[in-house]
Ligand binder design. Structure first.
Ligand code: SAM
Length: 262
């Protein structure tokens, strides 16, 4: 199957690891639950690849995409599959005509900080049937302190190819379950133990995506590349304890990030 789409969505299609974990999670869900009478929402469907993966399992798929150009391509890509309807609308305001048994909502951005789909998911969750599920189920965020060469905030992706030294243990600082209520503002003091002498000048955030009880995915080229955030530099020694206050607003962008020593 060939997909015509935008360059960004084409890059997403080239990320085979990302596609593989979503394919497995959808298939596992559909095999474990008889979905032949079920409704699926593909929220922010982009190229439509996740609807394509789901088409043989679900009675009906509502795939919603806010970008008209992307939605037009996707409608055309998927037109032969009569159980998929591609809707060009904003998922934060769209009045769905029915409820869903499963929602697919791909959260690509590290710690959800620059993730525009946060408000879309929170709204679409209201249309989930009582025992309905969401893929991915949850995320786990971890943090480490680093010495890094660059002084600007950036993603550790294939383009930046950043080299940095990790100076502390990695800590799990947040877990978000997409079926539960969560505060979109993260604000907490994180405590790190230094395990290597160096010039501390950054904090690295990494997100792990839990797609189902058996599938967890670390960063891939397009899914949650780690985020490197500069902080005031400080010489540190092995076994030092460092406390940092980390604050950001999920869905509102990396400009909301604030980090300070405590
Ligand atoms: C990560 S991308 C696409 C992921 C998609 N699963 C794929 O494989 O192509 C997220 C998509 O959500 C769309 N989007 C963002 N906010 C939206 C909203 N409020 N309503 C509908 N679509 C939205 C974006 O235009 C983008 O195409």
């Amino acid at each position: 199957m060939k997909f015509k789409t935008t360059p960004y969505h084409y890059d997403l299609l080239k990320d085979e690891e990302r596609l593989a974990v979503f394919y497995e999670a959808i298939k596992d869900f559909a095999v474990a639950n008889d979905c032949t009478n079920s409704t699926l929402f593909d929220v922010g469907c982009g190229s439509g690849i996740l609807s394509f993966f789901s088409k043989d399992y679900f009675k009906e798929i509502l795939a919603i995409e806010i970008d008209p150009k992307v939605a037009n391509y996707t409608r055309d890509n998927l037109k032969e599959f009569k159980n998929i309807e591609v809707i060009n609308d904003d998922a934060t305001t769209f009045d769905f005509p029915k409820k869903a048994d499963l929602i697919l909502c791909e959260m690509l951005d590290t710690a959800l900080i620059d993730e525009e789909q946060v408000p879309a998911l929170l709204q679409c969750r209201k249309y989930l049937n009582e025992n309905g599920r969401i893929i991915p189920q949850s995320i786990i965020n971890t943090a480490e302190l680093v010495e890094m060469p660059r002084e600007n905030i950036h993603y550790d992706d294939v383009v930046s190819n950043t080299k940095y030294d990790v100076l502390s243990d990695s800590i799990v600082y947040d877990k978000i379950d997409f079926l539960s209520d969560f505060d979109e503002v993260f604000d907490d003091v994180l405590s790190f133990k230094i395990n290597k002498d160096g010039n501390l000048n950054g904090i690295k955030l990494t997100t792990y995506t839990i797609l189902s009880k058996d599938i967890i995915c670390g960063p891939t080229p397009m899914l949650n590349p780690p985020l490197l955030i500069p902080i005031k530099s400080k010489n540190v020694k092995c076994n030092d304890l460092i406390n940092l206050r980390l604050n950001y607003h999920m869905g509102q962008g990396i400009q909301t990030i604030k980090v300070s020593y405590r």
